[in-house]
Design a protein around this ligand. Structure first.
Ligand code: SAH
Ligand code: SF4
Length: 345
């Protein structure tokens, strides 16, 4: 059964009208779902029982069942959820100085086939509905309610390519951004993409100040083709042109993600090429330590190597950050998410 979390406020208002109800019921329901975070329709005490029953016949509230919870030494928490069709997905909560950040899964598996990524090892089984993404946030928010904290930040960097599931991702963002929803500011919501050009353009025109991160990982087509097959469909020239258009339309700063892979993309020459590629753009580079995926054979660059690459970029006037690893002891870092557990009957 569909989850009611899939409805943004606007869609829920339309649904109420279709069901012969008053539009304002949508706001009431939204408050119950996202302010009170109820788990059943019966708890919606200002909604008449007749409407509660109609909703119950059509929708569930929570589509996720938690199967496993792992907490790492640094507090990173990984949750394994089972969806209603038995698919397994993972959601991670990381702790930063600015607060709790949630890494959301957008698809069951991923079809992009990046040669370094664990998520891509499982071919895409299906897209997640918007509600299945909203539910990941609500679940963690309920967990944080107990210690009186809020989800501060959301990144769509779990399994899946969000721009291969664009409409649902946009509906998801709308709901968690909505003042009557989870009310997380747009500037605290980030979509990460491997570079699906038409959707980058659409995203730049959406009119909301979300963040965009691009998984770049290579400064030239030859290497990027090898690491990320999507580059054959949208090579760097096309990607960069789209990002310039995105910048003009959105006025937002772009984040380039660059995983350092030992002996592959980490030489000073690569840093120089990268600096040339993005010079003049309103952007910065986030250097990511590689989480080794046994099946792939790539190696991590050590801290000194990473610092050297960072310095090369800074010397060329490119702003960069060196990301810390989170939850590596429980395989909870980005790109490590995979439901490796067999389904438990
Ligand atoms: N499909 C989207 C979002 C999910 S991947 C994308 O590719 O952007 C989120 C980030 O984790 C991407 O930057 C991805 O390249 C990175 N990543 C994938 N595998 C990784 C690994 N083993 N170690 C570190 N980062 C990884
Ligand atoms: Fe998919 Fe992103 Fe992994 Fe590539 S890096 S396989 S796009 S999840």
């Amino acid at each position: 059964m569909e989850t009611i979390y899939s409805y943004s406020l606007e869609s829920l208002e339309n649904l109420m009208l279709e069901m012969g109800e008053k539009k304002f019921r949508a706001k009431q329901i939204f408050m119950w779902l996202y302010r009170k975070r109820v788990t059943s329709f019966e708890e919606m005490t200002d909604i008449k029982v007749e409407l509660q029953n109609k909703l119950k016949e059509r929708f569930v509230i929570d589509p996720l069942t938690v199967r496993e919870k792992q907490v790492s030494k640094d507090g990173t928490t990984k949750l394994l959820f089972e969806l209603q069709d038995g698919s397994l997905i993972e959601t991670v909560m990381m702790i930063y100085e600015f607060g709790k950040s949630v890494c959301v899964t957008s698809q069951v598996g991923c079809n992009m086939g990046c040669t370094f990524c664990a998520s891509g090892l499982l071919k895409k089984k299906r897209d997640l509905s918007s509600g299945e993404m909203v539910a990941q946030i609500v679940y963690i928010q309920r967990m944080l309610d107990e210690v009186n904290e809020r989800v501060a930040n959301v990144v769509i960097m779990g399994t899946g390519e969000p721009f291969d599931n664009y409409d649902n991702v946009m509906e998801f963002l709308k709901t968690i951004n909505d003042d009557l929803g989870i009310a997380i500011g747009a500037r605290h919501l980030t979509v990460s993409t491997s570079g699906i050009v038409p959707r980058i353009i659409d995203f730049g025109k959406c009119g909301i100040q979300y963040n965009l991160a691009i998984s770049l990982h290579a400064p030239n087509d030859e290497l990027r083709n090898e690491l990320m097959p999507i580059n054959k469909a949208y090579p760097l020239k096309t990607l960069m042109a789209a990002l310039r258009e995105y910048s003009e339309n959105s006025n937002r700063r772009i984040t380039f993600e660059y995983i350092l892979l030992k002996g592959k993309n980490d030489s000073p020459a690569h840093a120089e090429e990268l600096a040339k590629l993005i010079r003049g753009m309103n952007a910065y580079v986030n250097l990511i330590p590689y989480n080794v995926v046994d099946e792939h054979g790539y190696k991590q660059v050590d801290r000194n190597g990473a610092m050297a690459f960072y310095n090369e970029l800074m010397n060329r006037g490119i702003r960069a950050t060196l990301r810390k690893e989170h939850g590596s002891d429980i395989d909870a870092a980005c790109g490590q998410l995979r439901a490796k557990h067999a389904r438990k009957e």
